[in-house]
Design a protein around this ligand. Structure first.
Ligand code: MSP
Length: 497
């Protein structure tokens, strides 16, 4: 089984922020989870370096777009590393391998008869690099996303015959209702398609910063087509001397609602035009909001992931983002919110469960997990737990899957209270029961920790080591038997002073 997951490639027109990190972490959780399932995984992220959004910022800063990209792409690379993303490649659209492959695919779309020369006049947002349809324009002739005034642009250029794909797209949506998720986003995309699709520019005649149109090198390819193609091109050159396309295509895409239209409409249509298989799934998430607004460079309300990580660690940040905000919806985040969940859930519920369990096995059983059967009242709650978790992640239900595990964390804590092992330890007649209780706790802790591994790779690895568990495979409750020697464990989530 192969699993190929991608993030959007981020514009190198500003510093990375938590909003970008959010998409990267989401994709990473899926990548890690699928690796735990023993699948062949390829996880791609990177930077989008051509087009107006970058060229205009470079102009403002008085540098060349290439200089801007060379300064900022490493910042995005570092961000991925800091949030512990396990990406297999980092694409930059300025890579030669990308540009070459983009030209090949665009040429193919041309040769297949889906490109023509024409003139277009409309309202344009240079930050989106997008012409807006009448229904998308906000009062005062503004971009609904960036709130800046749109400019009137007239262009002679090459067009992609998007209108010809209205029917094939409707068919795709009908045949594969799971193609775009969640459903309300799918319906949004479908409504846009049913309104009637207009052809879109495939090239820009005035801009120099882009991939040259192969049959008309005075023009560059419109940045969105070059950018979307990253998902496809990367596989062809990420590993020297090896083309991974066959092994990994089609992809599962993660992105936010701001770029839904490009991914749910332009992208599958363009792939069809090129004769390439359309993506497997397109998962759309909402925005992380700070005080009610989307975090963005232009709004200036950015929360620096570096600060959060320095104070709480990457694991806690990863956990918080998917616990606090229901994946798919917009949601508020705040430093106070971080602290509250860190204390009550990570330090108190999960961290304490881990330390308590290990120390009781240390104290009452000389550090060896007893060989026993778990009590049915505990074991029953774990029946099908890993399967349920996996099914939720197959639908990119990252928050529900986390809730599913957290119920088990709470159940284990409740079980400790109910069985009071410290009382059983004082009663010689209860030795057998204590064995079962401690075995059940060790197994329960192991199983929840395996599931949480994709969300919090570092803390869980430390705990699995302390439980003498080398595997990361998602096997079930009670499957290990006892006999393992448990180790020392420093607090997983130390209390904030
Ligand atoms: N370069 C294009 C994408 C091309 S993909 C072929 C682009 N870049 S961007 O730098 O603006 O990044 C947009 C993406 O960053 C969003 O779709 C989302 O994945 C992520 N986010 C940016 N801010 C965000 C929030 N405040 N909250 C959640 N995600 C956010 O668009």
């Amino acid at each position: 089984m192969a699993f190929y997951v991608t993030t959007p490639i981020y514009y190198v027109n500003g510093e990375p922020h938590l909003g970008h990190a959010y998409s990267t972490i989401a994709a990473d959780i899926l990548a890690r989870h699928h690796r735990q399932r023993g699948e062949d995984v390829f996880f791609l992220t990177g930077t989008d370096e051509f087009g107006e959004p970058v060229a205009q910022q470079a102009e403002r800063e008085g540098v060349t777009p290439r200089e801007l990209g060379d300064r900022l792409a490493p910042r995005f690379k570092e961000m991925a590393k800091k949030v512990n993303a396990s990406n297999d490649f980092f694409i930059r659209t300025t890579d030669e391998g990308h540009q070459k492959r983009v030209q090949e695919v665009v040429q193919r779309v041309h040769d297949n008869g889906h490109v023509y020369e024409g003139t277009y006049e409309g309202w344009y947002c240079p930050r989106c690099a997008d012409f807006k349809t009448e229904s998308e324009i906000e009062d005062g002739n503004r971009c609904p996303i960036h709130r800046i005034e749109l400019t009137r642009e007239k262009q002679d250029n090459w067009f992609f015959r998007l209108s010809a794909f209205q029917e094939p797209l409707e068919r795709l949506y009908a045949e594969r209702p799971e193609f775009v998720q969640p459903d309300f986003r799918r319906n949004e995309a479908l409504a846009f398609i049913r309104q009637g699709l207009h052809d879109v520019s495939l090239s820009r005649p005035t801009l120099k910063w882009g991939v040259p149109v192969p049959w008309d090198p005075d023009q560059v390819i419109y940045v969105w087509f070059d950018a979307l193609l990253n998902y496809y091109t990367a596989l062809s050159y990420a590993r020297e001397g090896k083309d991974l396309t066959e092994a990994f295509w089609p992809a599962t895409h993660i992105l936010a609602k701001d770029i839904l239209k490009f991914h749910a409409i332009y992208w599958p249509a363009f792939l069809m035009a090129a004769g390439i298989e359309v993506p497997k799934r397109v998962f759309i998430h909402g925005y992380l909001l700070m005080e009610g607004h989307k975090m963005s460079k232009s709004l200036g309300n950015v929360l620096d992931p570096d600060d959060v990580i320095a104070k709480f660690g990457a694991d806690a940040l990863r956990y918080y983002c998917f616990r606090e905000v229901s994946f798919g919806q917009d949601g508020q985040i705040s430093p106070q919110g971080f602290e509250a969940r860190y204390e009550s859930e990570l330090a108190n519920e999960y961290g304490n469960l881990a330390n308590r369990t290990l120390s009781m096995i240390g104290r009452y059983r000389d550090g060896v997990v007893p060989e026993a059967d778990a009590e049915p009242e505990l074991a029953g709650g774990f029946d099908g737990a890993a399967e349920g978790f996996t099914a939720l992640l197959d639908e990119a239900e990252l928050t529900q899957a986390l809730e599913h595990v957290w119920k088990l964390v709470r159940r284990l804590n409740q079980y400790v209270e109910e069985t009071a092992p410290w009382k059983l330890a004082k009663d010689d007649g209860a030795a057998g029961r204590l064995d079962s209780v401690l075995y059940g706790l060790a197994e329960g802790l192991r199983v929840v920790t395996m599931m949480l591994h994709a969300y919090m790779p570092d803390a869980t690895a430390r705990l699995l080591d302390a439980l003498d568990e080398e595997s990361r495979g998602l096997d079930g409750f009670g499957s290990r038997g006892g006999g393992q020697r448990v180790g020392e464990l420093a607090p997983l989530f130390p209390k904030l002073s």
